[in-house]
Design a binder for this molecule. Sequence first.
Ligand code: NAP
Length: 543
Amino acid sequence: MTAQQKPDFDAIAVGAGFAGLALIHYLREAGLSIRVIDRAADIGGTWTWNRYPGAMTDSESYYYCLTFSKELLQEWSWTRRYPDWEETHRYMHFVADKIGAWPHIQLNTEVVSADYQEDTGYWLVTTSDGNTSTCKYFVSAMGMISEPVIPKIDGMDKFKGPLFHSSRWPQEGLDYAGKRVGIIGAGATTVQMTPVMAKDAESVTVFQRTPNFILPAMQKPMTPEWEKEIKENYDEIVAKCRNHVFGMAFDSPVGRNVADTPPEEVQRIFEENWTGSFRWVFETFDDLLSNPEANRAASQFIIDKMKERVDDPEIAELLTPSTDDYPLFAKRPPLDHGYLEAFNRDNVHLVDIKDREPIVEITETGVRTSKNLYEFDIIVLATGFRAYTGALEAFPIRGKSGQTLAEKWQKTSNSIMGVCVADFPNLFTITGPQAPFANLPTSIEQNAIWIADCIKKMENEDYDVCAPRQDAEDEWSAHVAEVHEQTLMAEGDKVHSWMMGANIENHKPRVLIYFGGANVYYDKLRESVEAGFPELEFQRLAS
Ligand code: NAP
């Protein structure tokens, strides 16, 4: 086959969540044919897999959405500040219907390998049904938190009841009313799940290794007045996201540092802004994530707030980190909808598996720690994800030399701006490693725009191959590492932070996230487009 023979599709993308939908929009707009493949039975990505009770967004609804169409923004009405998975899922169906995405989507199909073909510049994509398809551009829209981490605990196969990872919640639902539920892990997922399950379960027992800094979500309904204000100001909201360090519609920078503010004033500002969401971190002071003393002041404020909400001082102590443990944001802080108060109920229990009673094994009937056997009907592994690289390493994606991404990324997980990887021509990744960690729809759209613009250049100028340059990858990775070292997030390796892949057993922690500001990163993507993609080498194959 020569490059002149047309592939089956211009682009094949894996993943029918926000990224898949955005790609359908942007690539179709560029006049390309696209097929989006997903192994799930429905679109939604994260919001189709994570159906656990209480699953909801931590970004506020009105900017946790796609912004490429004013019509989409104006026609959809959110019911509350943070939508649960069902509402987000309904929204995604609304988008798919509105943009006519369905003919481009193939569900219930798993991609099992993707191989770059040097002679044509095409990718050969093999699916679990045994079919193969070719495409010129292969795009990962698989999400940066989608591949679960399953802990290795002795006896896991012995448990008689349902035992599953939180992101593999039974799609048909699970009746846990009156049942004894054990949850292993105490991260953002557990913080959302526990108070909801506690209402109907006979008991909920959380096995906690590391306590988290937990911020209040402060859910509230969307009132007609609030909705009107949002819809009248959507251009400004979208611009705010585009210009914010974490891609959120927050005011920033606030131009104030803890270091320059008298302590009583710091406390007053902390208190005044204690109104829910991550706003508190970004709308109080600019130095919380860079200055250890400022971070310590913020951490202590959170600790005091957390302890106020838990009746039993011993449980309160166990649930809260100390400022000496690790800085705020070295682990991604969960947002809370009643998790802490749930421990005031008689049917919710906390087991400290770090210092007091580590888990020894899972038995037929429950979890055995060094001190007790806890009996359960259901065990949920809320043990997190192999972030950024997991989905890209879960099946072989073989580049130029036949090397897979997993092989390439054994020690470091380098990329160019999280959107492409040296030695993997015509491959694009949405929110790949070394992209920022930000409000995901904002980053997804910025990535999709860069990818669509790059493909438009390829097609307009008749190129067969775009090869990411090794020197550009080295340069970006060095920059990301340098910035990372200047933040307190670099301490995440001490506390198993997924933000450094430090939550994966036998895996060297690494720099996975660009912390130089999502807004700065989006500017860099734009500059790359304007400069004609200097990170890539464009080639024509001999016909
Ligand atoms: P996570 O934050 O990585 O938490 C995993 C938990 O499992 C931690 O408490 C961890 O303990 C524990 N754990 C892992 N391996 C273990 C083992 N072998 N034995 C005992 N405990 C173990 O995972 P997550 O809660 O699923 O959240 C991951 C990320 O997904 C979040 O940070 C967030 O970005 C995203 N998320 C978002 C939302 C939202 O936006 N609405 C909701 C949920 C999740 P250690 O801390 O000691 O490692």
